[in-house]
Design a protein around this ligand. Structure first.
Ligand code: PNS
Length: 159
């Protein structure tokens, strides 16, 4: 079975992430979306909430699992028999850091990284920008799945 992982913070998942996950699900037999547990980074949604949103919006693909991990991504990959990391590249500005991580991950454990160029519709898109725009009342309805839009509205309305 050909397995791949799409790792990230997914706080929250955007249509840019989903585009990559969907395309990966057509190439690999099983794709795991792995949410990084990072206690040092403050987040809008808990890891459990992010996983529930991801499970909801990826259910349609049929071969996508959602999980969380902490520590090194390559340790997660090795523990789960996953030889490939799939990442989206939005712009050349992503490339330097992604190249470093890909080379480090390959050097550490022989785990390969496959890059997909993002859909140009989402080349400017990030979870941070979505949160910022939504916080100030901007329209993010074309940038996140419907389910995430509802959760964002609820979370940002909370006192
Ligand atoms: O969505 P993000 O926050 O840009 O995702 C970054 C992520 C989770 C892919 C990256 O930080 C990561 O792989 N972290 C796990 C820790 C690790 O393996 N670090 C060494 C990378 S070479």
């Amino acid at each position: 079975m050909r397995r791949a992982v799409c790792p990230g913070s997914f706080d929250p998942v955007t249509l840019g992430h989903l585009d990559i996950v969907e395309r990966a699900s057509k190439i690999y037999d099983e794709v795991t979306v792995a949410v990084l547990i990072n206690k040092k980074k403050s987040s809008l949604f808990t890891v459990e909430e992010r996983m529930a949103l991801l499970a909801d919006v990826t259910a349609v693909y049929g071969n996508v699992k959602v999980d969380s991990f902490h520590g090194l991504l390559v340790d997660y990959c090795q523990a789960h028999g996953i030889p490939v990391i799939v990442k989206g590249l939005r712009a050349i500005s992503d490339f330097d850091y992604e190249l470093q991580m890909a080379q480090m991950n390959h050097g550490l454990a022989g785990v390969e990284t496959m890059f997909m160029t993002t859909n140009p519709l989402y080349s400017f898109l990030s979870s941070s920008l979505v949160k910022e725009v939504a916080t100030y009342g901007g329209d993010v309805s074309k940038l996140v799945p419907e389910r995430v839009l509802t959760s964002l509205a609820e979370r940002l309305a909370a006192p």
